[in-house]
Design a protein around this ligand. Structure first.
Ligand code: MSP
Length: 518
């Protein structure tokens, strides 16, 4: 039986259209999901939209819509974008789905039964944009002297009767969790941040609201809806059928990985494990907080007028180029700054000129000069063996090893070095010249290269799935030889290689007009 692997993204607020940050996180999760599938694991991958809360209610009011109408419309845009990005999820959850109300109320009741919920009066600061409560001591001062959240968002004074969760009772248990499971919070810098925060002592958390009604009703407490983060976090369980004892709960819970942005680490590594401990539910194995994507060094915002529609980037460069760029260019745990120049340079130098060119020149040479098929019978020479070993090491060991750690850029660097080694081998062995002087040796060189191209295309398939499939199709690699196990188990260069209709997969890109292009 294949090992199960349950992976989630944060669920996105559909209070507007999706932006590049949403695309970044979901692409990374999809790459991981595809990677684990190719490693032979039984993967479940969930993403979706987080539709309750004051932020949604206020935005809908401003637009003269109901929150439900706004959520329906915007959630559709997220789904469309994810289709365009080639995201293969198993469930797209909406927190307005019926089963989600049931799951959220069940976890609430479990926390209540454990004695962790009580009614009291909340008086304090709330940021609608962050959907977060802040202590006075956490606030910073804005340019005009106004109080702002640590994220720089406006805060408002809130007083109401709410339910509280006894978070203060969980400090020691949380610290023990982080100590005993050093991988629970990744990367290390985020783990340290969270530990400092919890060591400072935790206050009980207000977990219901009475001043608006756009949320999951608190069971047995009329007028109260749950604080949006209580229901939002529960989505990870809803998707598996909680509170029922479903086969999915048995197989996939606890989750292997919650992939989230660094701004929401606290919710996932403090509140969520405390809720789960209270409800007697096993804890996820890891929360990984990735960095933020910046546009030429700046945060995208409507006021700066620099918001990029990811659909336009797909239109301009193609989906595989965008996926590759985002994972290759930045170290995943850190912030990264992107620009059109950077996308075009990376795509041209690595995908078009190096990998794409390697695959195309070798395959089209076989198609044109060898009637589309070769069987190498000449002996394998040391240089051939060395290249095969180098490429196999990069594709079957180094890239997977880095991807297991979410070090995508390092994994792709190892892969790229193997591509360069193949191109150097082509130049040294010059198969085009061998055609006249030593046709048998030429076949051996071409076969060696086809074996390498198969390995390279399989290894990188999670990142550039469409291009990889086209290359493997042109090389007529059977579907069962397109995973990581096949890289060590079988070598196409030892049999007959048939090439069908190879076409260049990465056109050379130009900078769009207005971005420095003509
Ligand atoms: N709804 C909450 C998450 C609830 S999870 C139970 C939320 N939504 S969000 O739409 O604001 O953000 C969704 C995800 O996108 C978060 O992980 C967030 O960190 C990520 N990003 C938002 N902007 C981003 C960038 N500019 N760059 C990278 N990721 C960013 O938070």
């Amino acid at each position: 039986m294949a090992d199960p692997f349950y992976l989630t993204t944060a669920i996105h607020y559909p209070n507007g259209k999706p932006h590049i940050g949403h695309a970044y996180e979901t692409i990374a999760a999809d790459v991981l999901a595809r990677f684990h599938r190719l490693m032979g694991r039984d993967v479940r991958f969930q993403t979706g939209t987080d539709e309750h809360g004051l932020k949604m209610a206020q935005k809908a009011r401003d637009l003269g819509k109901t929150p439900r109408e706004l959520a329906d419309e915007m959630s559709g845009h997220f789904r469309d974008l994810f289709d365009k990005l080639d995201i293969k999820y198993d469930r797209f959850i909406r927190t307005t789905d019926d089963d989600h109300y049931r799951a959220s109320q069940a976890i609430w009741q479990a926390m209540e039964a454990n004695g962790d919920l009580y009614l009291d009066r909340y008086e304090g600061w709330y940021s609608v944009r962050d959907e977060a409560y802040y202590a006075e001591s956490e606030l910073i001062e804005g340019e005009g002297g106004e109080k702002l959240s640590p994220q720089g968002t406006p805060v408002e004074w809130t007083e109401e009767e709410t339910w509280f969760f006894r978070l203060s009772a969980y400090s020691d248990k949380l610290l023990a969790l982080y100590e005993e499971n050093p991988d629970f919070i990744r990367p290390e810098s985020r783990r340290n941040e969270v530990m400092r925060f919890v060591e400072g002592g935790l206050r009980d958390l207000s977990v219901s609201r009475t001043s608006f009604d756009w949320g999951v009703p608190v069971p047995g407490s009329e007028g109260h809806v749950m604080y949006v983060w209580v229901d939002a976090l529960t989505n990870y369980l809803t998707g598996l059928g909680y509170p029922d004892d479903t086969p999915e709960m048995a197989k996939y819970w606890p989750a292997d990985l919650h992939l989230v942005g660094k701004d929401i680490t606290r919710f996932h590594t403090v509140y969520w494990p405390a809720f789960l401990m209270s409800a007697g539910i096993a804890l996820p194995k890891q929360v990984y907080a990735h960095g933020f994507l910046l546009n030429k060094g700046q945060k995208e915002s409507k006021s700066l007028g620099n918001v990029t529609d990811p659909a336009e980037l797909i239109e301009a460069y193609g989906v595989d180029v965008l996926r590759y760029f985002l994972l290759r260019e930045f170290s995943f745990g850190q912030d990264g700054s992107y620009s059109h120049e950077a996308i075009v340079n990376r795509a041209n130098s690595e995908l078009a000129n190096s990998f794409g060119n390697l695959a195309q020149r070798v395959m089209s040479f076989i198609a044109k000069n060898c009637d589309g098929a070769i069987t190498a019978e000449a002996p394998v020479e040391q240089v051939d063996d060395q290249l095969r070993a180098r490429v196999r090491q990069a594709c079957a060991v180094e890239l997977p090893g880095q991807f297991e750690k979410l070090a995508f850029a390092a994994g792709l660097e190892a892969w790229m070095q193997a591509v360069y080694a193949c191109n150097a081998y082509v130049d040294e062995q010059a198969p085009w010249a061998l055609r006249k002087t030593d046709p048998e040796r030429m076949k051996r060189v071409l076969a060696t290269l086809c074996g390498c191209i198969r390995d390279l295309a399989v290894a990188v398939a999670p990142v550039i799935p469409a291009a990889s499939e086209k290359i493997l199709d042109a090389l007529t690699i059977p579907s069962e030889q397109r995973d990581y196990a096949a890289l060590s188990a079988n070598d196409p260069s030892m049999g007959t290689i048939t090439v069908e209709n190879p076409k260049p997969v990465f056109p050379r890109l130009e900078l769009p007009a207005g971005e420095g292009g003509q």
